[in-house]
Design a protein around this ligand. Structure first.
Ligand code: URA
Length: 205
C-alpha cells in the first residue's frame, strides 16, 4: 500500500517527534516532572488509546500505563479481546502533574490550559498514526480528542466525529475503577468498561 511504502518515513518522523517532545516546555508541567512520557505502539495501529496523563510510575519509567491503572487497563483489554501490542497508547497530557505530600507525589488533574498546550503533540501523533478509531479514557482524554469540554456520561459509548476526521469513542478512565469504594459498584463499573472496549473493537470490524 501507499502507507507501507512510506513506513520508514513515518517511523523516522515519529522518533523525531518523540525526541522533540522530550524537550517540551509548552506548559510549566515539564519542570517538576521527571520526563515526558510520549505515546508508543505500532504506527499503523487501527486503534489509538488516549489516557489522561502519566502517573507516578509512568513518570519514572517514561512509559504510558505501566502502573496500577495500566494493569487495570491491560486486564480489561484482554477481556475485551483487544491486543494491547496492536494499539497505539498515549496520553492527553504528557507530563505527570502532581502535588508533593511528604515523600509521596499525589496526582493532580491537568487543567484546560495544560490540555490545550499538549494538544500539539496529540495532533502530531494522530497525523502520523492515522488510526481508524481513537478511544478516550476519561474526561481529560475526551476533551483532548473532541477539542472541547466533555462529559463522560453524555459521550460514552457513542460514535463521535472527530475534528481531524476519523471516529472517536469515549469511556471511563481505569483509575476511576480503582477509586470506587464499593466492591459491587466497582465490579459493575469494570464490566461496563470492558463492554465499552468491546464496543470500540466492534467498530473496527
Ligand atoms: N493514567 C493515565 O491516564 N495514563 C497513564 O499513562 C497512567 C495512568
Amino acid at each position: 500500500t501507499a502507507r507501507s511504502s512510506v513506513g520508514g518515513n513515518v517511523e523516522g518522523a515519529w522518533e523525531a517527534l518523540r525526541d522533540e517532545a522530550a524537550a517540551c516546555t509548552r506548559c510549566p508541567l515539564y519542570k517538576p516532572a521527571t520526563q515526558t512520557v510520549f505515546g508508543e505502539g505500532p504506527l499503523d495501529a487501527d486503534m489509538m488509546l488516549v489516557g489522561e496523563q502519566p502517573g507516578d510510575q509512568e513518570d519514572l519509567a517514561g512509559r504510558a500505563f505501566v502502573g496500577p491503572a495500566g494493569q487495570m487497563l491491560d486486564r480489561a483489554l484482554e477481556e475485551a479481546g483487544i491486543d494491547r501490542a496492536r494499539v497505539y497508547v498515549t496520553n492527553a497530557v504528557k507530563h505527570f502533574k502532581f502535588e508533593p505530600r511528604g515523600k509521596r507525589r499525589i496526582h493532580a488533574k491537568p487543567d484546560a490550559g495544560e490540555i490545550t498546550a499538549c494538544r500539539w503533540w496529540y495532533e502530531q501523533e494522530l497525523a502520523l498514526v492515522r488510526p481508524k478509531l481513537v478511544v478516550a479514557l476519561g474526561a481529560t482524554a475526551a476533551r483532548q480528542i473532541t477539542g472541547k469540554a466533555a462529559t463522560i456520561s453524555r459521550l460514552r459509548g457513542q460514535k463521535l466525529a472527530l475534528p481531524e476526521g476519523g471516529t472517536g469513542w469515549v469511556t471511563v478512565h481505569p483509575s476511576y475503577l480503582l477509586r470506587l469504594p464499593d466492591a459491587d459498584a466497582a465490579a459493575q463499573a469494570y464490566t461496563d468498561f470492558v463492554a465499552d472496549l468491546r464496543g470500540a473493537q466492534a467498530l473496527l470490524g
